[in-house]
Design a protein around this ligand. Structure first.
Ligand SMILES: Cc1cc2nc3c(=O)[nH]c(=O)nc-3n(C[C@H](O)[C@H](O)[C@H](O)COP(=O)(O)OP(=O)(O)OC[C@H]3O[C@@H](n4cnc5c(N)ncnc54)[C@H](O)[C@@H]3O)c2cc1C
Length: 650
């Protein structure tokens, strides 16, 4: 839908009332579009640069009144007579971006904004001719957010595909994680596909809303009919002669082998629950389960519960368990840094729904505001400063400032509990591990009388509970493991044999690497989404990364098919130099420099999961394929590469 074709459906009074709730910088950018008046971007009222953990300063009343009056007048006129188009050129667009970010950004943000925000018509490439896509079939492994996106892009390209999904439905993370309190912690207005905005119920919606969104996506694009549910890909083997992948799957019909010309692995990084390596886990006589496999048949009402872990999932379910259980012990290895966000559990108000749905360009600029404040703008707090002589507690003056703000938040939320303040204030720099978001919910739960936070090491699990290294025994009715996922075992447990028969995991040797996070030498026509070094610590949403990666994969397939190639294989040189750059850059970020133990480092301390740059850098590096980075195999004879399996519908 074009922004100017939005219909304003409200009385004068309703318009005036809703506009009082608008995010002012987003509204000012809307007014630039609708009035053509660029003088509204007055530097004296530009937002202050990022104010994490604090409340952004308000605007003087007379400015709010002036903008409000202009907005009311403009929207009423637009409602009655339609909106005029005032084109925005690149210089003005950069001014608008800078205005909302509150800092001077470089023009590398312009193409990103033009593509991401619905403010200009997109330059889309047409589908490939049927003559070049005939007999070419892509196998997509996984029907979560990334796999669905891959399916949509294959449809746009005109390429036939099958999605293999081990679960009974789409949604991946949001299908599997059903624990109480499960929700997104990237704001939903950036945690959604750029091409499919949604009227989200909450700023950070819960698991049901997220699952619903991905189910709707599957339905809208007819992806269920292209998916083989309850079918797990177990093994992939590249056939050099035919330039195809032989794929062993296990599903309702048992084990089968199928063939595809290319594989897009969209298996997620957080898909295989990880249990801690503790002696005696199986000995516990009561119910126990991992958060990603929550056993809803177990009532926790009035029970004694042991919670192992304080990571992102445990952080969300602990307050819910505390509400029900009679006695809760939380076993913590490393406390998380938590940024306060007052709207974390809040519903979006009617006025904000109205603004997002009816005011032209408001949703786009609100999305950019979220992109900046929840991601891109945070990076400066995570970057190391060489002249800062610390790295243990903080990595730069900005990071130290952030530490002080976050520490103040902990002290406020835990007021009256010096014991908890001491235990829950992290020693490591903020942004060295994924920062969590809350509005005090978690700390309020931990302060309750029936809750104890234990930071002694767990020695073993036993029949009645567990024993810590101090010799203290804790007895429980149930144990819940919030111990995360086998994230560093990317693509696990699939066995993937490349050109010379080498298994990918052996080649990686606990150290996953890829070129641009997507391709690996010796594994032709094999593309990863959410692969090595494409995860986030502070910046943004994984959907952004998957969209960039899929853009690149589409470019690869388009190039290959247009030129009659049957295979493309990443050359070792670009792969090596890219990974050298990744390692250098990781050391310049809090999460690479700090010695804190984190799930995104391998046994040697190398950061294998996270992207160390800005989002806009990632966006740019994925825009175009450089054919020099690949070795191409020319078609020798007609290759029949249909997967040969009819997708099952469920
Ligand atoms: C509790 C939780 C909260 C999160 N919150 C955020 C957040 O706030 N912001 C954010 O950006 N990210 C968040 N994430 C990360 C989240 O995983 C990604 O945002 C996103 O869901 C990844 O989508 P995906 O499709 O790449 O992977 P997944 O959602 O993990 O989907 C992978 C799919 O592949 C299937 N699969 C795997 N292996 C096979 C196989 N061999 N054969 C067949 N099928 C297979 C799985 O069944 C699954 O359906 C969160 C993750 C978790 C667990």
């Amino acid at each position: 839908m074009s922004e100017l074709s939005r219909t304003i459906n409200a009385t004068d009074e309703e318009i005036a009332s809703a506009l009082k709730h608008a995010h002012l910088p987003s509204l000012i950018n809307v007014l630039v579009h609708l009035t053509g008046d660029s003088t509204l971007l007055d530097k004296s009222i530009k937002p202050a640069p990022m104010t994490i953990g604090g409340t952004p300063p308000g605007y003087p009343e007379e400015i709010e009144t002036r903008i409000h009056e202009l907005a009311v007048k403009t929207l009423i006129r637009g409602r009655d007579r339609g909106f005029e188009d005032h084109p925005v050129d690149e210089t003005l667009l950069l001014d608008m971006i800078n205005f909302i970010a509150g800092v001077e950004l470089t023009d590398e943000y312009i193409p990103y904004a033009l593509d991401e925000l619905n403010i200009a018509p997109k330059q889309e490439e047409p589908p490939l001719e049927a003559t070049v896509t005939r007999n070419f079939h892509v196998a997509i492994v996984g029907g979560g957010m990334s796999g669905l996106l891959a399916g949509i892009r294959m449809q746009e390209l005109g390429v036939d595909f099958t999605i293999f999904e081990k679960n009974a439905d789409v949604g991946g993370t949001w299908y599997e994680n059903r624990y109480p309190g499960c929700r997104v912690d990237s704001p939903n207005h950036v945690y959604s596909y750029s091409f499919k905005p949604k009227d989200w119920p909450q700023h950070f919606s819960d698991r049901n809303a997220l699952l619903g969104y991905f189910q709707e996506t599957a339905d809208e694009y007819g992806l269920r009919a292209r998916t083989r549910f309850e079918t797990e890909v177990r093994e992939l083997r590249f056939n050099e002669g035919a330039s195809t992948w032989e794929i062993e799957v296990e599903g309702p019909n048992g084990v089968e082998t199928t063939v595809a010309n290319a594989v897009i692995a969209a298996t997620g990084q957080l898909n295989r629950p990880k249990m801690p390596d503790l002696e005696g886990i199986e000995d516990f006589k009561g119910p126990w389960f991992h958060s990603a496999e929550w056993d809803h048949s177990v009532s926790l009402e009035g029970k004694r519960v042991g919670i192992i872990g304080t990571g992102a999932s445990a952080f969300q379910f602990t307050p819910e368990v505390v509400k029900e259980a009679a006695d809760v012990n939380v076993f913590m290895r490393t406390p998380p840094w938590v940024a306060t966000n007052p709207v974390y559990h809040e519903y979006i108000t009617d006025e904000t729904h109205w603004l997002l749905n009816q005011v032209p360009y408001y949703q786009s600029w609100f999305r950019f505001h979220m992109f900046w404040t929840s991601g891109e703008g945070l990076l400066s707090f995570a970057r190391c400063d060489d002249s800062w002589n610390d790295n243990i507690q903080s990595v730069s003056p900005a990071n130290q400032k952030l530490r002080e703000i976050l520490t103040k938040g902990i002290e406020t939320h835990l007021e009256g509990r010096p014991d908890l303040i001491e235990k829950l204030t992290p020693w490591y720099p903020p942004a060295a591990k994924r920062m969590l978001i809350d509005n005090g919910h978690y700390y309020r739960a931990l302060k309750q009388d029936h809750v104890r936070v234990v930071d002694d090491q767990i020695e073993c699990i036993n029949e009645t509970g567990l024993r810590t290294s101090t010799g203290e025994q804790f007895d429980f009715d149930a144990i819940i493991y919030g111990t995360g996922f086998s994230a560093s075992k990317i693509l696990f447990p699939m066995r993937i044999y490349g050109r010379d028969g080498t298994e990918l995991r052996e080649m990686w040797n606990e150290d996953p690497r890829a070129y641009l996070g997507v391709t690996m030498p010796n594994y032709p026509n094999f593309f990863c989404l959410y692969g090595p070094n494409t995860n986030i610590v502070v910046n943004g949403s994984i959907i952004f990364f998957s969209e960039c990666e899929m853009h690149y994969v589409s470019k690869c397939l388009r190039h290959m098919l247009k030129h009659g190639y049957t295979a493309m294989d990443c050359k070792p040189d670009p792969f090596e130099s890219y990974n050298e750059k990744i390692d250098e850059s990781s050391l310049k970020m809090a999460w690479g420099a700090s010695k804190v133990n984190a799930w995104y480092k391998n046994a040697n301390g190398r950061v294998t999961q996270n992207w160390p740059g800005s989002l806009v850098e990632f966006w740019h590096q994925m825009r175009e394929l450089n054919p020099d980075d690949y070795e191409f195999t020319l078609r020798k004879e007609k290759v029949v590469g249909t997967a040969g399996l009819e997708p099952a519908t469920t």
